[in-house]
Ligand binder design. Structure first.
Ligand code: EPU
Length: 423
């Protein structure tokens, strides 16, 4: 298993290009199941999760070709398709559940393995299945699989009130509703930029959708969707992660392709912590204003609130802030696994349930640490960049799921970072 070795060596300067969004691409790829014409995505990130989604779509009968070193995903689903998403693939990645809505819409039936829990929480699928049931699907759980069948072979439009603004459930219902009979309204829909990106792509395929980016999305079903070419939106989580590199280490870094509207709530917290963020022609420029970072309190919320996917990285910043910060995790019940690892590096963190209290220390110290999930692993790399001595982050396969070329991007701005194979 590979490790990443980081040595803290002072300020970072230069530019980091930001890739297309993993979580947008993982929702856009299953949209190919809604049409028998080709769907082409450009600006796709080169990540192991995208390879897993490719494998899943191929197992369902789609043709997927990666071009330009993986940045273009050309997909086509013109033949008969298999409606069973097997456990062997689904268990590797929860986002596999995003084929449920499209399969039901296209074929009137689907068997999709339940993904099971994951490190950050139980993550049930009741909001997805209750929504599809309102659209006329009969869904039972047998042998670990959700067996779903549309009444009369076709889903029907419905008014669906989500108890929580779930990202995945919004994406599944949105895709399912594009080919349903009649109008579907999703109340309390998720408003994340990845939802707007999916709706934009579906509209380019001929779908009739209004209100994406607000809490109420209205979809008028159509008989068929056609092919399209769509550019994947910038990855706001990769953007926020690399914005923290100069915040933690000093120096000035320009994040190419970044924009404030993707990371508004995060930028407000950076400002309060004493970090300057400036819009440029090419993206965002970030540097620390003066002196030590100030403590700030953070509560994670659905978009446009502070993203849960940046909570671990923000904690790494606050470990060396002046004063005490309180971080409340409101989206996932178990997303502080990075805290004990940061403590091994000398951080002062106390976790009680969904709240972590971080009292800043002068300096972190390098240590061998273990990545437990994707965002936790990158938070340990950020902490290592600011620590004295060497930090070795193990289990970096988590990192490969969501960050392309992390060593190249960070060494490009002067970080001492290398990947060590097989240790
Ligand atoms: N939830 C339910 N029932 C459901 C669906 C969700 O109780 O049917 C709960 C979940 O258990 C969780 C909360 O609602 O506690 C939020 O879940 P949501 O459905 O919004 O998240 P998701 O679609 O499973 C996506 C991202 C996550 C990101 C969350 C929140 C993708 C592929 N994944 O997950 O990304 O944290 O939204 O913003 O889009 C990551 O990239 O590291 C990551 C975990």
């Amino acid at each position: 298993m590979d490790s990443i070795v980081v040595r803290g060596n002072g300020p970072l300067n230069g530019q980091i290009p930001i890739a297309g969004a993993k979580n947008a691409c993982l929702a856009l790829m299953p949209a190919t199941l809604l049409s028998d014409e080709p769907l082409t995505l450009t600006n796709a990130p080169r990540l192991s999760d995208i390879a897993t989604m490719t494998q899943l779509l191929q197992s369902l009968g789609a043709e997927v070709t990666s071009m330009q070193d993986g940045q273009v995903q050309a997909m086509s689903c013109h033949g008969a398709i298999n409606t069973r998403a097997e456990y062997d693939i689904v268990r590797k990645m929860r986002a596999s559940n995003l084929v449920l809505g499209p399969l039901l819409a296209r074929e009137g039936r689907a068997e999709v393995s339940l993904p099971g829990g994951c490190a950050i929480g139980a993550r049930p699928m009741d909001i997805h299945t209750d929504g599809l049931a309102k659209m006329g699907a009969e869904i039972d759980l047998r042998d670990g699989y959700l067996h779903a069948k549309a009444d009369g072979g076709k889903l029907k439009g419905a008014v669906i009130d989500f108890p929580f603004a779930s990202v995945g459930a919004t994406e599944n219902i949105l895709m399912a509703a594009t080919l349903a009979k009649g109008t579907t309204v999703i109340n309390n829909a998720a408003r994340e930029p990845e939802i707007v990106d999916l709706a934009t792509c579906l509209r380019a395929m001929g779908a009739q959708i209004d209100g994406d980016g607000t809490s109420t999305i209205t979809i008028q079903g159509v008989d068929r969707l056609h092919g399209a070419t769509h550019r994947v939106v910038t990855d706001r989580i990769e953007l926020g992660t690399y914005m923290l590199a100069p915040a933690i280490c000093g120096g000035e870094v320009e994040l190419l392709g970044g924009s404030i509207d993707l990371v508004g709530a995060f930028c407000e917290k950076l400002d309060a912590a004493g970090i300057s963020v400036e819009e440029t022609e090419k993206g965002l420029k970030v540097h620390r204003k003066n002196g030590r970072i100030r403590a700030v309190d953070v509560v994670t919320e659905p978009f446009p609130g502070f993203p849960t996917d940046l909570q671990a990285q923000m904690m790494a910043l606050l470990c060396t802030a002046e004063g005490t910060s309180v971080l409340e995790e409101k989206i996932f019940e178990n997303r502080f696994m990075h805290a004990p690892e940061l403590t091994r590096m000398g951080a002062n963190i106390e976790v009680h349930g969904g709240t972590a209290t971080v009292t800043g220390v002068d300096k972190l110290k390098g240590a061998p640490v273990m990545a437990t999930d994707l965002r936790a692993s990158v938070s340990l790399i950020l902490a290592g960049l600011a620590a004295e001595g060497e930090t070795r982050v193990g289990r970096v396969y988590h990192l490969d799921r969501g960050y392309e070329q992390v060593v190249r991007k960070l060494s490009g701005v002067g970080a001492q970072i290398e990947r060590v194979h097989g240790e």
